[in-house]
Write a protein of this length. Structure first.
Length: 258
C-alpha cells in the first residue's frame, strides 16, 4: 500500500482573510515555479474560519491544487451553539480535512477523548477527513507514558466506523518550542499508533492511514522525518506562515533526492 505523503500547514489563529489570500498565492506560485508534483505530495492549509471563504474563492478561481482544511468543528450539525462552526459549513466551502483534538483544543478548551470522538463522528457525517491530533506532554513522557498517543487514538475511534483518517502525532513538548522530537522518537511512537490501529481496525485500515509528525518542523529537519517508514507527512505550525519555508517543506523530496 502506498500512502500519498501529506504536508499540512496549521496556521492556528494567525492571518486575516487578506493575508490568507496573499500567503496561499505565494505558496502556489513558489510551488508551480518549482514544477511541484501535487499528485506525489498532497499540500493542505488550515486557515482560521474567517479566511476560508476567501481562500476557497481564490483556489477555485486560480485552479490551485492546494487543499483546504479547517482547524476545528462542532460536534453538532446546527442549532443553538453560539460561536461554533458546523462541519456542514466547512464541507460547503470545499474543505476536505479538519483538525480534531489538537493539543491546544484539548488544553485551552478542555476537549477530552469523548469530545474528540464526537467531533470525529461529525467530520465523517460531512465527508471531511479528520486529522486526529494526539501526543504526550513532557511530564507524561517522563513518567513513561509513551503509549498515550495510542490510547488517545483508540479512544477517539472507539465504536467509530470510518474509511478515511489521518493521525498527527504531535508531542506537546515539541509544539512551538523549537524542541524537535528526533525522527527516531517520532517513528517509534508512530509505529505504535499504526500497530494499535491494526489491532483495533484491521491491518488494511492501518496500512492505508497516513500518520504525520508535528512539532517544530522546518525545511531543514523535514527530510529526516520523511525518511522514516511509518511517517507519512508533517503538520506544520509556525513554519507554515512563511511561504518560502512552507514551500521548501513541501519540496522535501528534493532534499532526500527522490
Ligand atoms: P509548530 O510547528 O509551531 O511547533 O506547531 C506544531 C503544531 O501544533 C501544528 O499543529
Amino acid at each position: 500500500m502506498t500512502r500519498t505523503p501529506l504536508i499540512a500547514g496549521n496556521w492556528k489563529m494567525n492571518l486575516d482573510h487578506q493575508q490568507a489570500i496573499a500567503l496561499i498565492q505565494k505558496i502556489a506560485w513558489t510551488l508551480s515555479d518549482a514544477d511541484f508534483d501535487y499528485e506525489a505530495v498532497e499540500v493542505v492549509v488550515t486557515p482560521p474560519f474567517t479566511d476560508l471563504r476567501s481562500a476557497q474563492t481564490l483556489i477555485d478561481a486560480e485552479g490551485f491544487k492546494i487543499v483546504l482544511g479547517a482547524q476545528d468543528l462542532s460536534d453538532n450539525d446546527s442549532g443553538a451553539f453560539t460561536g461554533d462552526i458546523s462541519g456542514e459549513f466547512l464541507s460547503r466551502l470545499n474543505c476536505q480535512y479538519v483538525l480534531v483534538g489538537h493539543s491546544e483544543r484539548r488544553t485551552i478548551h478542555g476537549e477530552d477523548d469523548e469530545k474528540v470522538r464526537l467531533k470525529i463522528q461529525a467530520a465523517i457525517r460531512h465527508n471531511l477527513i479528520p486529522i486526529l491530533c494526539v501526543g504526550e506532554t513532557l511530564e507524561q513522557r517522563n513518567s513513561g507514558q509513551m503509549d498515550l498517543s495510542v490510547k488517545q487514538t483508540l479512544a477517539a475511534l472507539e465504536g467509530v466506523n470510518l474509511e478515511n483518517l489521518v493521525v498527527a502525532y504531535e508531542p506537546v513538548w515539541a509544539i512551538g518550542t523549537g524542541e524537535v522530537a528526533s525522527a527516531e522518537q517520532a517513528e517509534e511512537v508512530i509505529s505504535m499508533i499504526r500497530k494499535g490501529l491494526a489491532e483495533s481496525k484491521g491491518a488494511e485500515f492501518a496500512d492505508k492511514t497516513r500518520i504525520l509528525y508535528g512539532g517544530s518542523v522546518k525545511a531543514n529537519n523535514v527530510a529526516s522525518f520523511m525518511k522514516m517508514p511509518n511517517i507519512d507527512g508533517v503538520l506544520v505550525g509556525g513554519a507554515s506562515l512563511d511561504s518560502e519555508e512552507f514551500a521548501n517543506i513541501a519540496r522535501y523530496r528534493e532534499h532526500i533526492g527522490v
